[in-house]
Structures are given as C-alpha cells and as structure tokens.
Design a protein around this ligand. Structure first.
Ligand code: ADP
Ligand code: MG
Length: 611
C-alpha cells in the first residue's frame, strides 16, 4: 500500500465536475467505470461560526436555524448581479446587503462582509475538499455548471468563485447541456431535447438542439421563484393552522418551532415520493402534533404549483419554434422531479416518457464530470460543446489584442465592435484575427489576416470600421470588416480551434493565468509543498518497514540525505526547487519502493500459507 505513496508518477491533476446549485451543490468525477458523485450533497449554505471561521453545508444549514444572521443561502441568486438587479430577491430572501456599489454586492454574514462569489467559493472549497478526500490527491481543476440563461457577468462571477476557491475553472457548461451529457444523449448526434429542471427554489426549462454532436440552446424559460420551497411553505402553513386549532396556540411567530417543523415537513414531502403515506410530526415544548399525510392529498395540494411549470414549458417550445411532437427526448433534473405528480405532468405535456434512470439531483454534476473527463483526456471521444474554449479578437494599435468574443461564451455567438483608422488618408486596413487569453499579439495565436481595401481617404480616427465576429454552432468563426461610410465589406471564415488539441487549449489558459495572477506562483509553491508533505509522510512510514533495514547502508544514507535536503528547501518559495528535491528523493528511494513491494507480496504469500 505504502509503495504507491512512494511512487510519484507525476500524474496530471484530476478534473472534477461541479454542480453549484441554488439549494444544493455536489461534485462528481469521471473514472473508467463512468461518472460518479464524490461525497454527500452539500446544501449551498455558508455560515460564520462564533469564532469567525466558516461553516458550509449541513452545519451551516443548522446554524441557519439558530443564528440566521450568521448564515446565507440562495447566494447563487446574487451572482454577477448589481444592487439594482436584486431588489426582487431582497423582498423574498433575508439577504443582509451591507452597502457596496452598483457593481458589487456585499452581504453581511455575522461579522464578515462577503461578495456572492466569495460565498460560492466557500461551497466550492468544501466540494474540493470532499473530492480530494475521496480521490486521495489535490484537485485544482474543475468544470462548473451554470444555468443556460446566465449572462456574461453571472458566468464571470461563477469563474471568480472558482478562482477564490483555488480551482481553475476549465470550462463552464450549461446545466441542461450537462444533464443531456450525463444521459449520453450526445451519442445520438441529432435531435431535440427538452430539459425540465425543478429544484429547491427555481424552475428552468430548456430546449436543446443537437447536431453533429454539438448542443445548441434553442430557448430557455422558467420561473426564478418556483420549486420545492413552495411545497414546503404550503405544508408548513397547513400544519401551523392545524396546530393553532389543536393547541389553541399560534406558533407561527416562533422561529425555532417553525424551523423544526420545516425540517419535518421536508422529510415527509420527500418520503411521499416513494411511499403512499407518511406523518408530519412536531415535538415542541412537551406538546405533540401528529398528522397523517397521503400522497393523494399532497398531490391535490400541490397541483397548482406543478401546473405553474407548464406555462413556461409551452412558452419555451414556442420560442424554439417547435411543437411537442418534435421533441425527441425529455430529461428530468432537480430534486423536486422525484415527485410522481411532476413526472406525470411532464409526461402528459411532452407526450413522451422522460429519462429518470439517473438521480435527478445528481444528473447535472454527473454531466459536468463527463465534460471534465473529456478535458482531462480520460475519455477517448472528443466532444464538441456549446462554448468557445478560447477568446477571439483582433490586433489593435501597439500590438495589443482587442477581444470580441470571450472564452467560454456560448455558441452560436455574434459580436460587432467599431474600430477606426490610425493614419491620415489610410486606404487599407489590415484585420489580424487572433485567439488566446493573453493581452499582446505576440502571445496569442494568429488565425487569419485579411485586408479591407480602397477605403475613401479620411483623416485618422474618422473612418468607422465595423468588425463583426460570428461563431456558428459548429465553432466556425466568420469575421466581417465593413466600412460604415461606403458599405464596403470583406469576409473571411476561420476555424478557431483548428489544429489545437485540448491540451494546447489548456496550456494556453494556464499560461494566461500564470501571467495574470500574482497568486498563481504561490499556488504552485503550495502545491509543491503538499506533494513534499505526501512524500515525507510516505518515507516516514517506509522507514518503519523492514524493507528500509534491508537496504544497503549507502542507499539508506543517500535517502536520508535527500530527505534532509527536501526538508531544507521545503519553505523556499521556489516551487521548481522543491519539485527538484522531491524528484531527487524519489530517485534515492526507488529501490526502497521496489523492496517494499516485494516484502508486501511476500507478506501476503506468507499470510496465505498460514491460512
Ligand atoms: P437546486 O438545483 O435548486 O440547488 P436540487 O435539485 O437539489 O436543488 O433540489 C432540491 C429540492 O428537491 C428541495 O426542495 C428538496 O426538498 C427536493 N427534493 C429532494 N428529494 C426529493 C424527493 N424525494 N421528493 C420530493 N422532493 C425532493
Ligand atoms: Mg440544480
């Protein structure tokens, strides 16, 4: 066992898939057997404990009951949004916004102020740790899902969350696309897919079109305030009325009692998805409340809530220009689609049997893991997705790149920007199309050059040149330059990722990070130290193994020397130096590792004989 710890193959970092949800989040990983969830579901709740440290998930949810001012939930609603955008949310959720400018929201959580991406980062960090514990190694790269309707700012904020959590977000994938991927629907190559996602507090419906293995989001619709919470609130209200008439006491104002009731009501609701009958109970200050609830009654009660999802579904079909008959597959997502009545309603509306083979609250994370597996190179087939992996732009004065389409933009995409001339009487303009994340032309990849010729001569700065970038669903880029005055235009078609492997794309992203972030170096150092820790620990263990004592003395001396050297450079901030000494120690303990493997095998054989 410990021989493995000594053997440092320098395996590439694993890439996980993460569903960062409004109510719940989870992390999954793709291995040879397929995608699987790592660790339990984490409620997307963050709290600040009395000692100032963070609690995330179940513990934070518990704190939400006893110290609501110290906890925040549903923070995804605030991601990438300005103070004006969130007035509706503020009416419905107990967010304590503590000032901030229009562009940055700050929340008061206990003594701390946090931006929404920081709240998200706490959840991501927890998932990262969970993944690391299960995989037994550090995880620094992830694919994270976002709702299909998330705009650029919301996507950017999600990526910021990742960065804060020490995760390089290699790609953002739309939640419905991830769900379709989890079901392997990309294999069918062509078709239309409806994804119905009823979660805790939000309802989303999306229609995807799949052609040549590429997903395109045709339309999305939904209700940002509709989900399982509405069912919970309804049941709580009924129970409170019951209690008031039974006990002759209105406990609606008693936070603690209501929260206790909430927990029990949710449990009862979830049971009724599998059982025909359950009870709602409350034990409070020596008094007992108990009421039977049948699935039949629950269905009657929640029919209006379920029906509220149907309008957005019809609107979505209409926006996509499709009839229900043209939908080939229906996918259910979100914990609330476990409810049989919901499944029934979806089946009726789409006149098709929805996919339910996978757990609806896991399916998005599983799909993210599939995409992660592709990026990590663990999955053989290449898979085209609905985002551009690298930014696209043109060269401007001083060898600088003006980005028109940013990395991770969903495709198809189209952006037009205005440029002008820099020389008096300039007749020709050179358009140089580039791809990459760096600021300077020399650091990006040149995709195409073309000229817009015979412009009417004008003083510098007066001409208006419109440059339009269009990427179609196949990832093909078309660039058009047009002189607004004469209407003259030239178009070229380039294929942005032609010839680039995923590894190269990743290398370019990593390179941009190296130069853009001051903390990247520190991260490398920290990672090197983690690796050193593992190595030192493994050697420490190995020294207690009999294999250590059977080594020739010279080898033991050399290993000890290498170990001491590693200890000496351990605190240096040069990660190359640390890695070099890890490698040296690795070399010096090579035969130790081999011997240990032998003794382990011998031990095992001895064991068999005795048995
Ligand atoms: P989100 O995507 O909004 O973060 P989820 O997809 O995890 O959240 O859905 C959470 C909701 O699903 C909660 O309201 C929860 O009560 C509900 N839920 C989970 N399991 C069941 C079940 N067995 N029956 C009914 N509702 C369920
Ligand atoms: Mg969800």
């Amino acid at each position: 066992m410990s021989t493995f710890q000594i053997d440092f193959g320098g395996a590439p970092s694993k890439v996980v898939g993460i569903d960062l949800g409004t109510t719940n989040s989870l992390v999954a990983y793709m291995d040879l057997t397929g995608p699987r969830v790592l660790g339990p579901i984490v409620p997307s709740v963050v709290a600040v404990r009395a000692d100032g440290t963070f609690a995330v998930g179940e513990e934070a949810r518990a704190l939400l009951l006893t110290a609501p001012d110290r906890a925040v939930y549903s923070a995804k609603r605030l991601m990438g949004r300005g103070v004006e955008d969130i007035q509706e949310e503020l009416k419905l959720f107990p967010f304590h916004v503590s000032g901030g400018t229009e562009s940055v929201i700050r929340l008061q959580v206990g003594e701390k102020t946090m931006t929404p991406p920081e709240v998200g980062a706490q959840v991501l960090r927890k998932l990262k740790e969970q993944a690391e514990a299960e995989l037994g190694e550090t995880v620094s790269q992830a694919v994270v899902t976002v709702p299909a309707y998330f705009n650029d700012a919301q996507r950017q904020a999600t990526k910021d969350s990742g960065r804060i959590a020490g995760l390089d977000v290699l790609r953002l994938v739309n939640e419905p696309t991830a769900a379709a991927l989890a079901y392997g629907l990309d294999k069918r190559n062509e078709g239309t897919i409806a994804v119905y996602d009823l979660g805790g507090g939000t309802f989303d419906v999306s229609i995807l079109k799949l052609h040549d293995g590429i997903f395109e989001v045709l339309a999305t619709n939904g209700d940002t305030h509709l989900g399982g919470d509405d069912i919970d609130n309804l049941l709580i209200r009924i129970a409170l009325e019951d209690i008031a008439s039974e006990w002759g006491q209105d406990i609606a104002g008693n936070q603690e009692a209501v929260q206790l009731l909430r927990r029990n009501v949710i449990a009862a609701k979830e049971q009724l998805s599998f059982a025909p009958l359950t009870t709602i109970e409350l034990d409070y200050q020596g008094r007992q409340y108990k009421r039977e609830l049948t699935r039949e009654l629950l269905e009657k009660l929640i029919t209006p809530i379920v029906d509220r999802t149907l309008g957005p579904c019809r609107a979505c079909l209409k926006d996509a220009g499709l009839t229900v008959e043209q939908i080939d597959e229906v996918v259910l997502v979100g914990g609330s689609t476990r409810i049989p009545l919901v499944r029934h309603a979806v089946r009726n509306l789409f006149k098709a049997e929805p996919h339910t083979e996978l757990n609806p609250d896991e399916v998005v994370a599983l799909g993210a893991a599939v995409q992660a597996g592709v990026l990590a190179g663990d999955v053989a087939d290449t898979l085209l997705l609905d985002v551009t992996p690298l930014s696209l732009g043109i060269e401007t004065m001083g060898g600088v790149v003006a980005k028109l389409i940013h990395r991770n933009s969903t495709i198809p995409a189209s952006v037009t920007e205005q440029f002008t001339t820099s020389i008096d009487g300039q007749r020709n303009v050179l358009i140089h199309v580039l791809q990459g994340e760096r600021e300077l032309v020399k650091d990006c990849r040149s995709l195409a050059r073309f000229e817009l010729k015979d412009l009417p001569p004008l003083p510098a700065g007066l001409a208006r040149i419109e440059v339009k970038f269009m990427i179609d669903a196949n990832g093909i880029l078309q660039v058009t330059a047009r002189d607004a005055r004469s209407g003259q235009e030239t178009t070229v078609e380039v294929k942005p990722s032609y010839g680039l492997t995923d590894e190269q794309v990743e290398a370019m992203i990593m390179e941009s990070i190296t130069h853009a972030e001051d903390d990247f170096r520190e991260r490398q150092v920290r990672e090197a130290r983690v690796e050193a820790d593992n190595m030192l620990l493994a050697i420490e263990k190995a020294k207690q193994n009999e294999a250590w004592f059977t080594l020739p003395e010279a080898e033991r001396d050399e290993a000890t020397r290498a170990l001491n050297e590693l200890l000496m450079v351990y605190h240096s901030d040069d990660h190359h130096l640390i890695l070099a000494h890890i490698e040296k120690l690795n070399q010096a303990t090579m035969s130790l590792a081999e011997n240990m493997m032998n003794t382990a095998v011998q031990g095992a054989l001895r064991g068999t004989k005795i048995d």
